[in-house]
Design a protein around this ligand. Structure first.
Ligand code: V0V
Length: 136
């Protein structure tokens, strides 16, 4: 099952500009940053409060044909995904598939900090792109 909210993902056009915006206006700071070539994304994780709760993930396109670039072209910057922590991403994905929900990948892909991830198609989850995250 779902253990907790892992992070909320926000699509941004420019990662450095967004990091400045969140630091100056909300006092939120980056605790991890990486480029995920497979996902075509530059991403940063921001801690909220003492950092024990869900994180904010800023997602900027690393290439024009990426999922984030397409999202921004269609919808503009804003909330793009809701991610849940799971103990085992394959077990969680199988349980959802068995209920008829479409998972985007047949096998998990690599996410932030060596996590394993998969997604439920937003059309099968009430208009929300749901990510499953098994932390490293
Ligand atoms: C598209 N749609 C969304 C959506 N993206 N609805 C809610 N939230 C989103 N993020 C809607 C869109 O408005 C269309 O609705 C419909 O879905 C289009 O579906 P499609 O043609 O099948 O798909 P695409 O080409 O628009 O792509 C959407 C998906 C794509 C979700 C399939 O974005 C994808 O593969 N996402 C998974 C990978 C990803 O997001 N990577 C970046 C984060 P209408 O107009 O038909 O009603 S990487 C990450 O999170 C990492 C590394 C991490 O957390 O560790």
């Amino acid at each position: 099952g779902l253990l907790k909210i892992d992070h909320v993902g926000i699509a941004v056009a420019d990662l450095d500009e967004a990091l400045r915006f969140y630091a100056e206006n909300f006092g939120l700071h980056c605790v991890h940053q990486e480029t995920n070539e497979e996902q075509g994304v530059r991403e940063a994780m921001l801690a909220v409060g003492d950092g024990s709760g869900p994180r904010l993930q800023l997602l900027a396109p690393a290439r024009p044909d990426s999922a984030i670039a397409k999202f921004i072209d269609r919808s503009g910057p804003g909330l793009q995904q809701l991610a849940y922590t799971v103990a085992d991403v394959e077990t969680a994905a199988d349980a959802l598939r068995a209920r008829g929900l479409r998972l985007l990948y047949d096998t998990p892909k690599r996410g932030t900090a060596g996590s394993r991830i998969n997604f439920v198609h937003p059309k099968d989850a009430g208009g929300v792109l749901v990510e499953l995250v098994e932390p490293a």
